[in-house]
Design a protein around this ligand. Structure first.
Ligand SMILES: NC(=O)c1ccc[n+]([C@@H]2O[C@H](COP(=O)([O-])OP(=O)(O)OC[C@H]3O[C@@H](n4cnc5c(N)ncnc54)[C@H](O)[C@@H]3O)[C@@H](O)[C@H]2O)c1
Length: 391
C-alpha cells in the first residue's frame, strides 16, 4: 500500500470533511470553514504537484468537498472518486480552470468553483511590470551589474524601447486584460488622454502593436494562439507578455523567433509544459521568465483561498450562488461575515443551482473610469499618450 500523505487537521470533530490539497496563505479561509462545522484537512506533503492517485488517497471514503490547485488534473477519475465519497463541491484556487473537466464534474453532480476578481489587479500589475522590464531590459542589466561587468556609463549600454507614444495591444480583454490596459495608460497631468480602439482582428493587433499582452482564457480557441505565423506578423522590436496560460503561446516557435530577432522581447509568467521551459528559452537574453507568480500578492492569495473555501462551503451548506462573479468584494471584507452564498460556481447553470438574491446590481462599483470588462470584443489597441480620446 502507498504511504499515506501527511496532513494537518483543524477542528477534527467537524461534521463536513473539507480537504485542501495544498496549504494556502492566511487563516481566514480555515476559520470560515471551521465556524460552519467543517473538519479541515490540509495536505502538507512535500511534493509540489500531487498526482491523481495522491488526491484519490486524500479523498478517501468520505469527503464533502475539495479545494484544489491549477497544477492538478481534475477529470473523470477525480470527480467520480469525490462523488463516491459523498462529495458535491470542488474549487480551484485560481480563476482559470483549464485543468478541470467541467462536464465530468457536472456529470457527477459536483459544483466547480473558481476565484475571479480578487487576482485581477495583481495579475495585471505583473503584466505591466514585465512590459516595462522587457522594454528597458532590466533583468539583463541587473545580471550584468551583479556579474561585475559595469565599468562605466556608455551611450549604447542596454538601450531599450521608450513606451511613451507607442501602441499597446491586449488580446483577451476581460477582467485582467482591461485592468492591464488601465495601468498602461501612462497619462501625465495636463496631457491629452491616451487613445484607444477596439481592434477588428487579431491580425490588426499583431501588426500595429509595439507591446502585446495576452490575457485570454485557455481553451481550444486560444491554444497556440501565438504561433510561428502570428509571431512573424509582429514588429521586429515588439514586446510580447504572457500572464495567461503557457499553451496560449507555441513556445518552440517563440524560442526560434527570439533567436532570429534579438530585439524582439518577451516577458513570460507561464510556460507550455510547466514547470519546464522549452529547450533554448532559458538561454535567451531577450526573454524575462518568472515562475507563474502573477497572482502572488499577499492580499490576493489570501483572498483566493477565501473565495475557494467559500465556494466549497456554499455548496456543502446548500447556499445559492452569487449572482455576479465579477463583484466578489463582499466575500473579501474581513470585518464582516461573508454573504451566505458561493462566490463563483462555473457550472451552476448546468447543475441548476439557485442564484442568490442578496446582491443588488449597482451596489458595488468597480474602480476606474472606463469599464471594459465583459465587452463582446476580445481585443483592444491603445496608443499611449498621443491623440485625444477614442480613435
Ligand atoms: N499567470 C497567472 O498567475 C494568472 C492569474 C490569473 C489569471 N490567469 C489567466 O488569465 C485568464 C483570464 O482571466 P480573467 O479573470 O481576465 O478572465 P475573463 O474571463 O474576464 O477574460 C478572459 C477574456 O478572454 C477572452 N477570450 C476568450 N476566447 C478568446 C479568443 N479566442 N481570443 C481572444 N480572446 C478570447 C474573453 O472574451 C474574455 O474577455 C484566466 O483564465 C487565467 O487562465 C493567469
Amino acid at each position: 500500500m502507498a504511504k499515506p500523505l501527511s496532513i494537518e487537521v483543524y477542528n477534527p470533530s467537524g461534521k463536513y470533511r473539507v480537504i485542501s490539497t495544498k496549504s494556502m496563505p492566511g487563516t481566514r479561509w480555515i476559520n470560515l470553514l471551521i465556524e460552519q462545522d467543517c473538519r479541515v484537512e490540509i495536505c502538507t506533503q512535500k511534493k509540489t504537484i500531487l498526482s491523481v492517485e495522491d488526491i484519490i488517497a486524500l479523498i478517501g471514503n468520505k469527503c464533502d468537498g475539495v479545494i484544489g490547485q491549477l497544477t492538478e488534473d481534475w477529470g473523470e477519475t477525480l470527480f467520480s472518486a469525490l462523488s463516491r465519497a459523498g462529495g458535491t463541491a470542488f474549487s480551484n484556487m485560481a480563476v482559470g480552470y483549464n485543468n478541470v473537466d467541467v462536464n465530468a464534474a457536472t456529470k457527477y453532480g459536483v459544483a466547480v468553483g473558481n476565484t475571479p476578481g480578487v487576482l485581477t489587479e495583481t495579475t495585471a500589475e505583473l503584466a505591466a511590470s514585465l512590459s516595462l522590464a522587457a522594454a528597458r531590459r532590466i533583468v539583463e542589466a541587473d545580471e550584468f551589474m551583479r556579474a561585475g561587468l559595469y565599468d562605466g556609463w556608455l551611450p549604447h549600454l542596454f538601450v531599450g524601447n521608450l513606451l511613451k507614444g507607442q501602441t499597446v495591444g491586449v488580446i483577451g480583454a476581460g477582467r485582467i486584460g482591461s485592468a492591464y490596459a488601465r495601468m498602461m495608460f501612462l497619462k501625465a497631468n495636463g496631457e491629452q488622454p491616451v487613445t484607444w480602439k477596439r481592434a477588428s482582428s487579431m491580425e490588426e493587433v499583431l501588426r500595429e502593436a509595439d507591446v502585446i499582452s495576452l490575457h485570454p482564457i485557455l481553451d481550444k480557441t486560444t491554444y497556440h494562439l501565438v504561433n510561428k505565423e502570428s509571431l512573424s506578423k509582429m514588429k521586429k522590436e515588439a514586446i510580447l507578455i504572457n500572464c495567461s496560460r503557457g499553451p496560449v503561446v507555441d513556445e518552440v516557435a517563440l524560442v526560434e523567433h527570439l533567436k532570429e530577432n534579438p530585439m524582439f522581447r518577451v516577458g513570460l509568467d507561464v510556460f507550455e509544459d510547466e514547470p519546464y521551459m522549452k529547450p533554448g528559452l532559458a538561454d535567451m537574453k531577450n526573454a524575462i521568465v518568472v515562475p507563474h507568480i502573477a497572482s502572488a500578492s499577499k492580499w490576493t492569495r489570501e483572498g483566493m483561498a477565501t473565495l475557494a473555501a467559500l465556494n466549497v462551503l456554499g455548496k456543502i451548506k446548500g447556499y445559492p450562488v452569487w449572482s455576479d462573479p465579477n463583484r466578489v468584494e463582499p466575500f473579501l471584507n474581513e470585518n464582516a461575515p461573508p454573504p451566505a452564498a458561493s462566490p463563483s460556481i462555473v457550472n451552476s447553470k448546468a447543475l441548476g443551482l439557485p442564484v442568490s438574491k442578496l446582491f443588488e446590481k449597482g451596489h458595488i462599483r468597480l474602480a476606474g473610469s472606463i469599464q471594459f470588462t465583459r465587452e463582446k470584443s476580445t481585443m483592444f489597441l491603445f496608443l499611449l499618450r498621443e491623440g485625444g480620446g477614442r480613435r
